[in-house]
Design a protein around this ligand. Structure first.
Ligand SMILES: [Zn+2]
Length: 212
């Protein structure tokens, strides 16, 4: 039983050299090839989220460093977070139509327009979630977390509503699918608990019925 016969399996490697050929019962450590890793979740590797979170956090810290006047993390408030989100809009890739644009409320406009590109609400929402987690992982107190501030939540809700209207895409999760939905200008965004005061001041819904 002291002969490492490879236990019947045809291993591609040459038999391990035994340094005790005299037949002593030497424990031969046969180099076993690494077993296949079984701990990879099939859905989404956590490293991607973690690296994204780290990147976001560094971006925010960089933003604080460049802020004028200089801003430290401990003095950062929800208002500063909102400022940061607005600053990010210049890097956005989502077309958000103004109310006067003929494609206002159209998910798939047939032609380009001059409206601004902004950060999509979903991106901002996910970003805030990551930064909120990163803040606490870096020693911040939950009750002081500026990313969880009420003002930030309300700002995100505002962005969601305005982008839903402008792009004709209702961001609603738990609502049953509205029938049709192709009616121009009939995009109705009802947000539960709508206490966001003064939501659309001058954003009168234009029927955009001019087809030229
Ligand atoms: Zn437009």
């Amino acid at each position: 039983m002291d002969i490492p016969s490879g236990s019947g399996s045809n291993d591609p490697e040459p038999p391990p050299r035994d340094d005790s050929p005299s037949g002593r019962s030497a424990v031969v450590a046969v180099p076993v090839p690494a077993p296949p890793l079984q701990q990879q979740p099939p859905q989404q590797p956590p490293s991607r989220y973690e690296s994204q979170k780290r990147r976001d956090w560094n971006t925010f810290l960089q933003y604080l460093t460049n802020h004028k006047p200089p801003l430290t993390l401990s003095r950062c408030s929800g208002a500063h977070v909102i400022e940061f989100l607005k600053y990010l809009d210049q890097f956005g890739k989502t077309k958000v139509h103004v109310a006067s644009c003929p494609y206002f409320g159209q998910p798939n406009p047939p032609a380009p327009c001059a409206c601004q590109l902004k950060q999509a609400w979903g991106s901002l929402d996910a970003l805030i979630g990551r930064l909120r987690a990163a803040y606490e992982e870096n020693g911040g107190k939950p009750e002081l977390n500026p990313f969880g501030a009420r003002a930030v939540r309300m700002y995100l809700r505002e962005v969601r509503e305005s982008q839903a209207k402008a792009r004709g895409i209702p961001y609603e999760k738990k609502r049953k699918r509205s029938a049709g939905g192709a009616a121009v200008g009939a995009v109705k965004v009802s947000v539960d608990g709508g206490d966001g005061g003064g939501d659309d001041g001058g954003g009168g819904e234009q029927a955009t019925s001019s087809t030229h």
